[in-house]
Design a protein around this ligand. Sequence first.
Ligand SMILES: O=C(O)CCC(=O)C(=O)O
Length: 303
Amino acid sequence: MKPSDNVFASLPLTWREWIMDNLARACSPLDMANSMARSGQYSMAAARAAIDEAVQLRAGGQTDAGAPAPALAPAAHQASAFSAPRDMPFIDTSSNRIVAPDREIDVLFVLKKPQVILLGNVLSEEECDAIVAHCGTRYTRSTVTAEADGASVVHEGRTSEMAFIQRGEAEVAERIDRRLAAIAHWSPECSEPFQLQKYGQTQEYRPHYDWLDPDSAGHRAHLARGGQRLATFVLYLCDVEQGGGTVFPNLGLEVFPKKGSALWFLNTDSNHQPDPQTLHGGAPVVSGTKIIANKWLRQERYG
Ligand SMILES: O=C(O)CCC(=O)C(=O)O
């Protein structure tokens, strides 16, 4: 959908007024598009096209939502309201070693685009063991988010077991949370609680995205709680004898678990838009057990 499609003119007057009022108040076009998509009435693409058109109408001196929209110039010649970079978590890889407040971390591997970084020595052996022991036997079959209604459902593509550590529940998790926040320059409050995944032999998580799809009704309910998942940390809590790598099929990349290491990747571009290059999965474990902890960094405060 392009700004030349006259989407704005086809919206009901209430929506056109809402867009013009919010633009006049200097609201973020991306937040506005997310709100429109969350209403369930418009896809993200339609919302973005309508807002882009409204921005151009305002730039042309037309601020009346009720007036018919004039023909617009071809999209290729117009700047989009969505092109401004926004705050992103980031890892400083200017040195081979990151000095976090309570630990020195090794930078082992950096892929620039999409950004994938492997960090060593993020957790001590004792911290890995303490996290695993804390979750003990609380695992249940892993689920995924249903596209239709956002429910947590069992899926044949994810055969592992999962457990959560809620905020404030364990001192070791709080400490690691603060460390990851310092490494990623992102508030710990803007992140989901740790989600552990345990894979036995043959268990896997087939390739998928971590970002939430604004065009999926089920994902929109999750977007409403903390916004997009901007970045992922996968913490490797044990070594695995064979298999169980984290794979990125589009990048030809496989990272093998090493106790205490962490894999980081950005799920979106700098405008917080989902990056399709970030398709990834957990390859089947061939022998041994794999235990990881996921930490997803959100746009906004979570929970
Ligand atoms: O198991 C892995 O290495 C990746 C896990 C993953 O992608 C997930 O749980 O979302």
